[in-house]
Design a protein around this ligand. Structure first.
Ligand code: ZN
Length: 160
């Protein structure tokens, strides 16, 4: 299967059956994410046990790319440490903006199907929004926007 076909299949699958869709009742961390350019809006709730992401769920109104990215993000991050989650945030973002070569070393696994968005400038923010919101939640920033001046992604991860 070529990358484009795989990408379409993944987007369709995660839109039909989004993983970890909902709101956690026992959330220890949460954030809202907005992408005004597309109208995407996500509510992300996390439950951390020490350094481990024990639970994660998302809800909201978003386009297919954003929803698929959010669904795959929750599945990738669940059960991992906060540090691993931050590594994925950085790598996904770098891949989406074309800074990371999906053929090179990374930890993204199947998330690499999103590498194609770098050729679709209007969709990059849709794909990044869930990761952006995850970064905000992990760093206790309650609300984030892809268009905000205080964009948490502009600060070096680890400094926050
Ligand atoms: Zn979108």
């Amino acid at each position: 299967m070529d990358v484009k076909a795989l990408y379409q299949e993944v987007i369709l699958d995660h839109n039909k059956k989004p993983r970890n869709f909902g709101i956690l009742g026992n959330a220890s961390h949460k954030a809202e994410g907005h992408n005004p350019l597309c109208g995407d809006h996500l509510s992300l709730t996390l439950h951390l046990e020490g350094e481990l992401v024990e639970g994660i769920a998302f809800q909201g109104e978003s386009c297919a790319i954003c929803k698929a990215s959010a669904s795959m993000m929750t599945a990738s991050v669940k059960g991992r440490t906060r540090a691993d989650a931050e590594t994925l945030v950085q790598e996904f973002r770098d891949m989406a903006i074309g800074k990371l070569d999906p053929g090179g070393p990374h930890h993204l696994g199947r998330l690499a199907v999103f590498a194609g968005v770098r050729d679709l400038p209007t969709r990059v923010k849709c794909a990044i929004l869930p990761w952006h919101t995850l970064h905000a939640a992990l760093n206790s920033v309650a609300s984030t926007s892809t268009e905000a001046g205080d964009d948490p992604m502009q600060t070096t991860i680890g400094d926050a």
